[in-house]
Design a protein around this ligand. Structure first.
Ligand SMILES: C[S@@+](CC[C@H](N)C(=O)[O-])C[C@H]1O[C@@H](n2cnc3c(N)ncnc32)[C@H](O)[C@@H]1O
Length: 326
């Protein structure tokens, strides 16, 4: 899917045929995605302001639908494409005490996620010990509560290395857009327990449109992945036998003082495209100037350059079998 039609047609690309990477096999593409996030892991948190915001919007979306009500302390929750673990704090609030599986394609992302989990655990334990020392009642609460366990799994959303029918809630924020929708959602449907829910945040076709428009002035290469519409995600969910409970679309804007900063942030969060058709040659000085000039027209009154993120929030349920009729 491509969204160029939503915006004015750009002028013809002067070097449209130059330097585009060939179409990739699914395996090579996955390796490229994994490598990009491996490189991004150490600096991901510094640049990922929008990603944090999206996690908090996804939790609010779930709370608005009262979806947490169906998850109990004995349940297992999967954070699919967990990255450095921004979702953990949201899940702590949404379904505290549940067992958590954190899954990601990139081992370095998982390592960061593990450290985040340990830090949170240490904080909880310190706070609980301090309270326990002051109050016997709290000491009993500490014994009963504690923090939830974490199982870190290096794996692929399109081929989940998990048993079927065991997960009560899947949380997946900004990972599924890297996947083939049908395959990823079929895997979600497989691992969910009957009645279980998948909470998904992904990106729609208007995402980074300013960037595509500006790059279209200088080449015909691909500079972002293809983003699917909410309608396409809902259709893919239905085809995977998941029932869409609700979906919502909103726009958020990242910003930076200049184009270099904006591009650096996109690269630091691992979101530069890895697909076939991407530009392989570095930009020359003239092309860079044209690109900057093209993006300049989006400069806001606060002096910053924006990048649009069209966020799609989805709540999908695996139907429970209907009770036998008498
Ligand atoms: C933009 S980050 C989002 C991370 C985190 N969920 C957050 O909200 O910050 C995308 C993550 O998805 C992971 N990812 C991409 N494709 C994946 C796949 N097929 N299977 C599992 N993880 C994947 C990446 O390695 C990366 O850590």
């Amino acid at each position: 899917m491509h969204e160029a039609a939503a915006h004015p047609a750009p002028p013809a690309a002067p070097d449209a045929a130059a330097g585009a990477a060939p179409i990739m096999t699914p395996r090579a593409r996955r390796q490229g995605i994994r490598n990009a996030f491996e490189r991004a892991a150490a600096h991901y948190d510094e640049a990922a302001l929008i990603q944090r915001e999206i996690c908090s919007r996804l939790r609010a979306f779930a709370v608005g639908l009262d979806l947490q009500a169906g998850v109990s302390i004995d349940d297992t929750v999967l954070d699919a494409g967990c990255g450095t673990g921004f979702g953990f704090a949201e899940l702590d609030q949404l379904c505290p005490g549940t067992t958590r599986i954190a899954l990601d394609l990139a081992p370095s992302m998982l390592a960061q996620a593990g450290r985040r989990h340990e830090r949170a655990r240490a904080r909880t334990n310190r706070a609980q010990s301090a309270t326990a020392a002051a109050c016997a009642e709290s000491a009993r609460a500490h014994d009963a509560g504690g923090s939830s366990g974490l199982l870190a799994v290096c794996g692929d959303l399109e081929h989940l290395p998990l048993a079927s029918g065991r997960i009560a809630l899947i949380w997946s924020s900004l990972a599924i857009q890297w996947c083939e929708p049908g395959r990823a959602l079929a895997e979600c449907a497989r691992v969910l327990a009957p009645g279980g829910v998948a909470l998904v945040a992904t990106l729609g076709p208007r995402t980074l449109w300013e960037l595509r428009e500006a790059f279209a002035l200088i080449d015909g290469a691909r500079h972002t992945i293809d983003f699917h519409s909410a309608t396409a995600w809902v259709r893919a969910a239905q085809a995977a036998a998941l029932t869409p409970i609700a979906h919502e679309t909103l726009e958020l804007h990242a910003s930076a003082p200049d184009l270099r900063g904006l591009l650096q942030d996109i690269k630091r969060i691992g979101a530069a495209t890895v697909d076939g058709g991407r530009r392989r040659q570095p930009l020359g000085r003239a092309a860079w100037t044209r690109l900057q000039d093209g993006y300049e027209r989006h400069r806001r009154s606060d002096g910053r350059l924006p990048a649009t993120y069209e966020v799609i929030l989805l709540a999908l349920r695996k139907p429970a079998p209907s009770p036998p009729s008498r």
